[in-house]
Design a protein around this ligand. Sequence first.
Ligand code: TPP
Length: 558
Amino acid sequence: MPKMTGAECLAEMLAGYGVSHVFMVPAVLRRTFAEMERRTAIKRIHTHGEKSAAYMADGYARASGRPGICMAQVIGALNLAAGLRDAHLAHSPVIAMTGGRDPKTKFRKVYQEVDDIPAFEPVTKLNATIDDVSRIPDMLRQAFRVAVSGAPGPVHLQFRGNEGQIDQEEADMEPLVEALFAKVPPFRPEPDSASVLAALKVLQDAARPVIVAGGGVRASGAGAELVALAERLAIPVATSLNGKDSIPGNHPLSVGVVGTYSRESANRVVAQADTVCFIGTETGSMTTHFWAAPRIGVAAVQIDVEPEALGRNYPLKAAVLGDARVTLARMLAHTNADTSGRRKAWIEQASSICREWQDKYRAALASDAVPIRPERICSELSRHAPEDAIVVVDTGHAGMWMGGMFDSRSPRQSFMRSAGHLGWAFPAGLGAKCACPGRPVIVFTGDAGFYYHLAEVETAARWGINAVTVVNNNRSGNQSMRGFDRAYGGEQTDKARELWTYTDVNFASVAENLGALGIRVDKPADFAPALHRALAANRPVVIDVATDIDAIAPAAVS
Ligand SMILES: Cc1ncc(C[n+]2csc(CCOP(=O)(O)OP(=O)(O)O)c2C)c(N)n1
């Protein structure tokens, strides 16, 4: 075995796993960065905060299926841990590396140090320390193995030394890489055939079935098989917000996103279904609108790669343990398409529910109002986002607007969303662009969401990370308006508005000052030309859209 430093070994292994970018705030693993420069083409993206570094790694991971790497020295470790929360909720394979306590100085009040390990525990699948340099190779392999296996998720490796100085030490090490674990999914577990046939029978016998597809479908790359099965058996498809891109929004069997940040048609179809087939979804509160759509007790089947997901919230008629793509392919091989005739009336019913939704929102989606309505931005993005775009959406109102009102037009379009953390989308979009530089990346965020990591506009400009960010700028976090109306017993005072409004800031000007292209849009007709200009600019772009502070997204129906 060759004698090498930890830094040499780590740099070579990361390159061996296909890592193209790492995201960090210095100073951590400094020697490793020097070795990366000498030995690899890895870009070392130096950000303005550890949380945004974690979100960039998360966006990188979700866009590519390859683990995203983020790093912090000991004082920034918990900022990084905070940024793993969304990756944990979304099952995104992020590997976080931090500096950690040295046994020589533990418990002596050494500068900047606390025990960071407990804070990583609730947001990681593996939370480990590297205390001897010779353990770098096997621990890094385990980090990749855990991050991408089963339901993927974050991993934390703490390197000895506040800046991870263990990387300077030498040992006999082999920088062996297991290519199998460089990407999600490493394995495609085959389902048991009896369970496949049992699930198929329940679906084929049903008069009003619906499929609810989740993030597991996108992680498995099972969109084509999902659509083929739905078409073959004539079954409408709703998705979770995380699984939104598993069927194009303009497909005739697509009824929209079901749950809380949702489209009314999806909640109505799911509520009226006699049988629900959950695929790669945790059946959590956001996807089921707190288990109201569908109701617990509906006839249900579930397909998942994690045994403990099966039946967690809905008692099942059939449970299938396996990879989504393989399972759907097995089901397709055994379908009896003749059974689809019995669902003709149901398909008509679902289509008519979708038409009712279109009729209800047609005017808002085409609105010429000034200030601009967010519905209009969503419909412009449905029409003008390129067919291979990655659309990255923040939480809160951004998730409600885009979950409910945006439709993808192609299976090549990707949709990624914050699992709940305001401010995630902008840095995640930069990470997605690093992972997929050849694809257009369009971020949709509110102004409150954009403020969180505004400084990263400078990072994008410095590194030429040419994502396009659309800011729904209503000079407030107006999703909170309804809640404060209630808190103030119906109507708010001017003082109450202090709790959720801001001053009027033009983010196009701010972006220009930080080195990006800024475009301000005040009139609806100017949005599409601005988007086309932004996509052609080959620069990071912020499109600041002046929108209506009174525009409130429709609440979920159940
Ligand atoms: C980390 C975090 N803190 C707080 C919230 C609660 N929250 C959800 S939406 C929202 C305001 C969103 O404002 P903005 O992004 O401007 O969108 P708008 O509602 O104005 O459309 C807040 C504070 C959250 N989701 N995440």
